[in-house]
Design a protein around this ligand. Sequence first.
Ligand SMILES: Nc1ncnc2c1ncn2[C@@H]1O[C@H](COP(=O)(O)OP(=O)(O)OP(=O)(O)O)[C@@H](O)[C@H]1O
Length: 319
Amino acid sequence: MPLIDLHDVRRSFTVRAKTGRLRREKREIRAVDGLTFSVEAGECVGYIGPNGAGKSTTVKMLTGILVPSSGRLKVAGVDPARDRTRLAQRIGVVFGQRTTLWWDLPLRDSYELARRIYRIPAARYRANLDRCVELLDLGALLDTPVRQLSLGQRMRGDLAAALLHDPQVLYLDEPTIGLDVVSKARVREFLREVNTRQGTTILLTTHDLVDIEQLCRRVMVIDHGRVVHDGDLDGLHAAGESERTLVVDLAEARPAIEVPGARVVRVDGPRQWLAFPAQDSAAPIVAAVAARYPLADLSVREPAIEDVIARMYAKVPIG
Ligand SMILES: Nc1ncnc2c1ncn2[C@@H]1O[C@H](COP(=O)(O)OP(=O)(O)OP(=O)(O)O)[C@@H](O)[C@H]1O
């Protein structure tokens, strides 16, 4: 039986839009417009889409915060809107932009409160806390009030809090937003461990394609409240013919360089932008540039999710 199961789920909002100086008209927004999909236990699924696509509305329905306007919805065998208390024992939620930790309390006290709220047996609590502290390197932070933590430290603290009660499903909303490269890598490594070793099912909402690339075999794209792609990341790149960009800082300014497998799309003084297919390795292109031109620096940029989706639209008409 799937762990997350949606059948023709819809959710609308009625808003009053200004149509004149004094006139306001009621308008219906279909935030989620007929979603049908399922997620099996142990999967890690990327749930992506442009702003306003309906991702948060979906997650709010999956956590029981919002009631669907129509359709059927089950998470870990529970109807979220009907049985939020039972559901809470089976899910964990982490929002990158907000914290579920108590701002003025040390991390340790927030965890102790979670233990009581979820009624976690003492031995299980200790084992889970020890594991999170080790994997997330939280040892030195346990007695620090949350408001004194850096964003990366707080995110690690939030992840531990969401997992102390051994949830079957973990929802993550932008877990790496605003983090530096090292913190992002650490969070991703931890999530991979939680998914592959513990078998926790993950639904991951993000605007960072690297999160998806490193964690999710399956990626669902949602737009206007509907699923417009459900498959692997390569399939998404292929559908959108997406490109990565190699940004090269040459030792000196020169006209557009020539490199097999890539084309220069922009030149600004000594800096040049080379586009190449997202599925290709950057290594031979980097090697070719380095062999031909004196280099000061280089970096690879992933395509923005919005661009991949926009290209997908341009190529495949969606009805
Ligand atoms: N409480 C609400 N009242 C009215 N409209 C809403 C409400 N919540 C969401 N919407 C609308 O529903 C649509 C989907 O919003 P939602 O927040 O689910 O999108 P999203 O994909 O999470 O976007 P983002 O990436 O910006 O977070 C948007 O048009 C939004 O304005």
